[in-house]
Design a binder for this molecule. Structure first.
Ligand code: 13P
Length: 247
C-alpha cells in the first residue's frame, strides 16, 4: 500500500512573510491524515516554515541541494545545511534546473546519492519535452533519465525515493497530460524500476506533476500508478493546496 504524497513546489516564490502566511493558511484547515503533505520551500524560508510546521503532520522539503557537504561552491547549499534544518525531502533534477542550470543525469545521480546518504528523501523529477513526445521518444527519454539518475543506487535506498513524472510541456502551461497518458508513463516508470530492482517497484511512489489543480487532482489520483502530485502554481494558495491534499 503506497501512501499518497502531495508536494507543493513553491519554486522561487514567497518571501518569509508570504511563506508564513501561506503555511498558516494551510495549517488552519483540516488535512486528510492518510495523505502525506509536503511543502518544498525556498532556502531562505526553511527555518521559519519549519517552526510554523511544528506540531503538524505537514512535511518540510527543499527544492535543490549540492552533493558535497561543504567546500568552494559559491552560492550552493549542502545536505548538512538542510539536515540541520530538519528538512525531510528535497526535489532533485527538476526540469527547470536541468533546463536553466545545466543539471545533467550525472549531477542528478550525485545529488540523489548524497541526499540518501544524509537521510534526506529525494523527489526525483523526470519528464520529456513536447518535441520528444511528438517524436514518439517520451518513453526512451524518461527511461534514460531513470536509468542514469539511479545508477549505483541500492535496493535498500530506492524505497526512500519518490519519483515525479513531470512532462515539461505540462508545467505551468495549464495543459495537463490526460490522466490516461500520465498514468501510462507512471506505469512505464514503475516497470523500468522493476527491471532495475524487481518487485520493490510496487512500493515506489510515483507522482505526476504539470498543471495539477483542485479540479483535476481526483481523476489523476484515481489512476493505478499515480501515487501523488508535485504541484507548482496551485500550491501557492492555501485553499487550493488543502483541496489537493484532501482530494
Ligand atoms: P505547475 O503545477 O505550476 O504546472 O508546476 C509543476 C511543477 O513544475 C512542479 O514541480
Amino acid at each position: 500500500m503506497r501512501t499518497p504524497i502531495i508536494a507543493g513546489n513553491w519554486k522561487m516564490n514567497n518571501t518569509i512573510k508570504d511563506a508564513l502566511e501561506l503555511v498558516n493558511g494551510i495549517k488552519s484547515q483540516e488535512l486528510n491524515k492518510d495523505v502525506e503533505a509536503v511543502v518544498c520551500v525556498p532556502f531562505t524560508a526553511i527555518r521559519d516554515v519549519k517552526e510554523a510546521l511544528d506540531g503538524t503532520n505537514i512535511k518540510l522539503g527543499a527544492q535543490n541541494m549540492h552533493w558535497e557537504e561543504n567546500g568552494a561552491y559559491t552560492g550552493e547549499v549542502s545536505p548538512l545545511m538542510l539536515k540541520e534544518l530538519e528538512v525531510e525531502y528535497c526535489i532533485i533534477g527538476h526540469s527547470e534546473r536541468r533546463q536553466y542550470f545545466n543539471e545533467t543525469d550525472d549531477t542528478v545521480n550525485k545529488k540523489i546519492k548524497s541526499a540518501l546518504a544524509h537521510g534526506i528523501k529525494p523527489i526525483v523529477c523526470v519528464g520529456e519535452t513536447l518535441e520528444e513526445r511528438e517524436a514518439q521518444k517520451a518513453e526512451e527519454v524518461v527511461k534514460n533519465q531513470v536509468v542514469k539518475g539511479f545508477k549505483d543506487i541500492s535496493e535498500e535506498d530506492i524505497e526512500n525515493i519518490v519519483i515525479a513524472y513531470e512532462p515539461i510541456w505540462a508545467i505551468g502551461t495549464g495543459k495537463t497530460a490526460s490522466s490516461d497518458d500520465a498514468n501510462a508513463m507512471c506505469k512505464f516508470i514503475r516497470e523500468t524500476i522493476g527491471e532495475l530492482y524487481g518487485d520493490i517497484k510496487e512500493n515506489i511512489r510515483i507522482q505526476y506533476g504539470g498543471s495539477v489543480k483542485p479540479n483535476n487532482i481526483k481523476e489523476l489520483m484515481e489512476k493505478s500508478d499515480i501515487d501523488g502530485a508535485l504541484v507548482g502554481g496551485a500550491s501557492l494558495k492555501s485553499d487550493d493546496f488543502v483541496k489537493l491534499v484532501n482530494y
